[in-house]
Design a protein around this ligand. Structure first.
Ligand SMILES: Cc1cc2nc3c(=O)[nH]c(=O)nc-3n(C[C@H](O)[C@H](O)[C@H](O)COP(=O)(O)OP(=O)(O)OC[C@H]3O[C@@H](n4cnc5c(N)ncnc54)[C@H](O)[C@@H]3O)c2cc1C
Length: 416
């Protein structure tokens, strides 16, 4: 399984793109089981925590492949970009999800039928063998294949008739790539809430085929998937303006689990000190799984180690999730008036930073979040459906300075 180190992510990326990516397009939908994952990249925990950047994945891909041959893989990378940009511009979807999870967890105490069905599902006792196996795989490894995630979510919603928000919460607590945008919006997509009215129905024949006949839940699954509906309307907001770091600042650098690549941030001068903090438990009111917790903590520790070496400054890992007091004390001790961190997209870390910012202001310290150029270029195109963004991929690659000249690249990848 993935180790939470940038070096491991970069090695995986190199090994993955050394193969012909046409194989990926044909084989990616097969879930051969936890011990046979060679048909997918397993890059998601690295990209989610930005131990490896989307831009790096795309740059490396086009050094060996053309857009034609890497098309499917590139489109998948842009699915992540799309979901992040979309949620960034509709943050109320996240707030609504958070409120529903809190409410539903409370209602488990007062609704014995819901509690019974929920408990059977999360303890892997539904009698649907694939579903019960995926629960145990999720808890033990922190990873599920994309197709298994789709089947799982569909069975959760349409066969077990459980609230989608509790399923999304389960994933967010256990996945080592647990991501507010990809996760919440994928669950909403399966439920027919993201693309309104369009749902995903898990079929036993499809599960049998794409699990290489490891499972066949014939006769046990819902035969229809009526779209869920909701009364809330989620307004579109403009993206917050990107902040920049003034030239002459004495600042401290904060590393969070949202961005494990501080050495590549647009910092003109080196920070005075580095502080790293984790907030993994803030993903949910319920306990976060060990693999997810360990991956996030490992990613932050790895980023801190690299940052202190790269900038040749001292750093420390914070043990508390009360960032307000922590950062105010740390700024005072180190005599810095600005705390700089990589931009945290909508999610638990952004929530914490919002309250921390107010707390720091009272102590005369400002908090700056630096957005990466990749996000500033791509997110504005994620206002509607994915296909609007997909059509823009060639021009976005050009704007990002990523070379994808088909003929030249094709001949190079064939020669390798
Ligand atoms: C219900 C559900 C919940 C999900 N929750 C998460 C989540 O919390 N975090 C998360 O990172 N992904 C989530 N996904 C998306 C997807 O399943 C994973 O990103 C993918 O399985 C990761 O494995 P991989 O790196 O081997 O993927 P590959 O097939 O090798 O894909 C390459 C990269 O493309 C991106 N990608 C691929 N598929 C998707 C997708 N459907 N949506 C967004 N990005 C994608 C990822 O960055 C991935 O690393 C979810 C999908 C579903 C259906």
């Amino acid at each position: 399984m993935p180790e939470p180190r940038r070096s491991d992510g970069l090695s995986r990326l190199a090994a993955f793109i050394a193969q012909p990516l046409t194989h990926y397009s044909k084989a990616r939908n097969f879930d051969f089981g936890p011990t046979r994952r060679g048909n997918v990249s397993l890059l998601s925990p690295y990209v989610r925590h930005r131990l490896v950047l989307e831009q790096e994945v795309l740059d490396a891909t086009f050094q060996r492949h053309s857009l034609a041959s890497a098309n499917k893989f590139v489109q998948e990378i842009f699915w992540r970009t799309y979901f992040k940009g979309w949620l960034e511009q509709r943050p109320d979807v996240w707030l609504d999800y958070r409120a529903s999870v809190a409410q539903l967890i409370k209602s488990l105490d007062s609704d014995p039928d819901l509690l019974k069905r929920y408990s059977a599902a999360v303890s892997g006792k539904t009698g649907i063998d694939c579903f019960d196996a995926w629960i145990s795989e999720l808890e033990q490894t922190g990873y599920l294949h994309n197709h298994a995630r789709m089947w799982f979510a569909s069975i959760w919603i349409f066969t077990l008739r459980l609230p989608w928000q509790l399923g999304a919460d389960l994933f967010l607590r256990h996945l080592i790539d647990g991501d507010p945008a990809s996760n919440t919006l994928s669950w909403r997509w399966v439920a027919g809430l993201h693309t309104k009215g369009k749902t995903y129905l898990a079929l036993s024949a499809n599960i049998a085929r794409y699990t290489d006949n490891r499972f066949n839940p014939e006769g046990k699954l819902a035969t229809s998937a009526p779209a869920l509906t909701e009364s809330s309307v989620f307004p579109l907001r403009d993206l917050p303006l990107a902040q920049t770091l003034p030239n002459d600042d004495d600042y401290g650098l904060l590393i969070t689990e949202e961005d494990g690549c501080p050495e590549t941030l647009a910092l003109r001068t080196k920070p005075k000190r580095v502080l790293a903090a984790v907030a993994t438990q803030q993903r949910s009111p319920l306990p976060v799984g060990e693999p997810a917790r360990e991956f996030a903590a490992g990613a932050v520790a790895d980023a801190l180690r690299r940052a202190t070496q790269h900038f040749a400054v001292d750093g420390q890992l914070a043990e508390t999730e009360n960032w307000g007091n922590l950062l105010a004390e740390w700024a005072a001790q180190n005599n810095v008036s600005t705390v700089v961190t990589a931009y945290a997209p909508v999610g638990p870390v952004a929530e914490i930073l919002a309250t921390t910012k107010t707390h720091l202001q009272k102590h005369g310290v400002r908090l700056l979040q630096l957005r990466r150029p990749y996000d500033s270029v791509t997110w504005p195109h994620a206002r509607r459906g994915y296909f609007k963004l997909k059509d823009k991929i060639p021009s976005l690659l050009e704007t990002l300075g990523i070379e994808s000249e088909d003929e030249f690249q094709d001949s190079r990848s064939e020669a390798v």
